[in-house]
Structure formats: C-alpha cells, structure tokens
Write a protein that binds this ligand. Sequence first.
Ligand SMILES: [Zn+2]
Length: 316
Amino acid sequence: MLNRKIETPIKTRRFDMEEPIYTADWAYMRELRTHNRTRQILPVDPYAEVYQFRDNLYGIFQENIDGKGDVWSWLILGPEKALLIDTGFGLGNLKGLAEELAGGRELLTAITHAHPDHAGGNAQFEQVMALEEEIPRLKQMMESPLLNDKILGPDGRCLWVKFDPKDMIAQKPYTIVPLHEGDRISLGQDYEIEVIKLAGHSAGQAAFLDRTGRTLFPGDDLIAMRIGVMGGPGTLRDFRDRMARLAERTDEFDGIFPGHFIADLDSYAVRDVAEALEAICQDPSKYDYTEEGPRGTTFCKTVKGLGCIGYRPECV
Ligand SMILES: [Zn+2]
C-alpha cells in the first residue's frame, strides 16, 4: 500500500488498496480524518466517521471494503425531512446513524448510482429512490451476496480492510422508488432537492442539487481523482451534453460534495469537467496518459486542477 495509513478509532482498519489514491486526495483525507474538529464516531455505527460541513449537512465517511476509494454518504437536514444520499457498502448501522443525526425528522434515502459502494446498504431501508435506469442493476444486487471474491480472499477474510463480517447488513427486498430528471424531493416547507440525470459513470447516475444550501451531490460523476466513464457508444457524448448543461447553472451552487475524496469543491469544477469531456469528444485519441487496471487500459484526459476522466474509446 503506497498511501500512508490513516489512524482513527473507526472499526474498519485498512491494510491494502487495489490502487494508490492520488496524493492530494489522500493528504486531504488524512488531514480531515485525523484533525477535523467536527469528526464524531457515534456508538450506533462504529464503522462511520461523521463530519459536519454545513449547519444542516453531514458527511458520513466509510472505508470501502472492496479495495477502492473510501466512500461518502451525505445527509441533508430539511425543515421536516432529512435526505440520505448513498448507503455505503452495507457494513454497520448506517440507518441507525442517519436516524440519530436526523433528530426525529422523517428519513428519506436516495442513491446516486447502483454500484455496491454507494447502494450496498440499501436493504436496511424500507425504500430507496434511484433514477429508473439503475433499477435493473439494483434488483440484481438485491439477489446477490454483498461479500464476493473481489472482497474476500480464499481464507474468507477481506483482502483490503479488517472488519467483522457479522456487522454486514442482511440482504432483503426493499421498495425502489423511481426518480426522473427534474423531479423535486421535498424536505418540508419550500426546501427541495432537484434530481439531475448526469449518466456518465453509470447509465442512471444522478446528481442532487440543493438550491437552498447551494450544494451539489454528483456521486462519482465529479470526483477529485479519476472519473470513470462506463457504457457503450454514445455514453461520453451524452455525458458531455449533460455536464455542459450543468455548467450553465454554476451560479446555483457553491460547494460540490462527491461520492469519494475531497469535499466542498468549488462549483467551477463542473465547467472544467465539461471542458475536458468536450476535448475527448473532439478527438478521443488525444488522451494525456493511460492507466493500467484490473480491467485493462484506460485512457485518461486531465481535468485541470481536479484529476482526470478515464474512458475507453468505445464509450465515445
Ligand atoms: Zn464510487
């Protein structure tokens, strides 16, 4: 493991990663996780670190058990209801934690996309909102074990972090509430969260826009590392168009709170991502460098000041 270990009293203990995390991200996370004064680890969920970013916004941080980047869930407190964005991997009692932080408000749950590090914890909730394109994948996940051979070695132990498998939630069916582009999720009075379809990283990847709090939650479509674009032909052009439309709305939010790594990025990062996507679409062969991973070679186009967009030519 190339990244320096981060010591906190959380119940997972990371000892390896699938790949190194970019140094700027790791430095931010190390500083936050060891020195941030808002950090709480509540007895209800010893696997989560809780940070307060705004009066009504909590970041819930969990170490990712599949060897990839550690994960954020976000909790927005509205006047009457609270919205939890993403459910982590299903390790620990995220539901109990979110309810405690919600302070008696009704708790709503939505996911940015149906990947196991963001939706693995869905089954502990009665119902979860997701863009309709993600529903087939969520149904598939409902029927598959959370712990698979990407997570567990031949000896049955996790390859990446130490944890007690007994603390994994049980898989069970839950209700999926389909979301659509432009939907508003009401948190009471006139506090609304707008649903924006960005696609890109997955077919139904959503961003959530809190115009009252002036914050954007783009999941893995805007992260300060490699933004992985996955899908068939046309995916990248569609993603470019959607990001370009969002780039015209940067006066509506100040802080971007992604699914991984550095949080509270400035809104202009959307314009920088849109610019890089445009450059890829103009000439997909003009990548800046390549990265080798378990799934082969990824082309990487630099996003200035942020990271890169990782893609394969067939996604354009
Ligand atoms: Zn992710």
